[in-house]
Write a protein that binds this ligand. Structure first.
Ligand code: SF4
Ligand code: SF4
Length: 187
């Protein structure tokens, strides 16, 4: 190919590739958009569509927390801080603070697996944005709360029976890694 033919060929290729690109661009003007403005225009909240084993932001039910500190020992990156004091009047041990740094948490689930009552568990919530990292530390204790003492033979206090059952169900069905493997094998 001589130089003139090569020159004309280059111009022709340039024009055709520009049109090819513009065809793709302009085709979007008549296509139905597949993006949505999150979260306003979703028919159903994303949280409601997540599987139960989803590891969202940690939740804690202090009413059934024994203060065993198993979660602190299990966490590989020290996200959890618990303070326990003795109430001199009631002679009861109470939580004076229970904080989880959601900013540091990597959602590995080790703390909830270690929790003997299911009081610490992952929820479906994942929206934790904050302009200040300190705002991502969840403080679960506002007033001192007594530690939970599991009763031999099962819980009898009516307001705790359901909580204990929910915690047990979480441990048996959702926190256990073996259960996850079994469910996957059944599919
Ligand atoms: S999920 Fe993992 S990283 Fe987060 S607090 Fe629990 S053990 Fe720590
Ligand atoms: S959340 Fe669970 S593991 Fe952590 S102190 Fe309470 S009972 Fe123990």
């Amino acid at each position: 190919m001589n130089a003139v033919a090569q020159y004309i060929n280059n111009i022709s290729e340039t024009v055709s590739t520009v049109f090819e690109g513009l065809t793709v661009t302009f085709s979007h003007l008549v296509r139905r958009p597949i993006t949505v403005q999150y979260p306003d225009r979703l028919a159903k909240q994303v949280q409601d569509t997540l599987p139960l084993r989803y590891r969202g932001i940690l939740e804690l039910d202090l009413d059934i927390c024994t203060g065993c500190l198993g979660c602190i020992r299990a966490c590989p990156i020290s996200c959890i801080a618990i303070d326990i004091e003795m109430n001199k009047e009631t002679k009861q041990r109470v939580f004076s603070s229970f904080d989880i740094d959601v900013c540091k948490c990597m959602y590995c689930g080790l703390c909830s697996e270690a929790c003997p009552t299911g009081s610490l568990h992952h929820g479906q919530e994942f929206e934790g944005a904050s302009v200040n990292p300190a705002g991502l530390v969840r403080h679960f204790v506002t007033d001192p709360v007594p530690l939970y003492k599991p009763k031999k033979g099962g819980e009898t206090e009516s307001k705790l029976i359901t909580k204990v059952e929910i915690g047990k169900k979480y441990m048996d069905e959702l926190a256990s890694p073996e259960e996850g493997v079994e469910s996957a094998e059944k599919k």
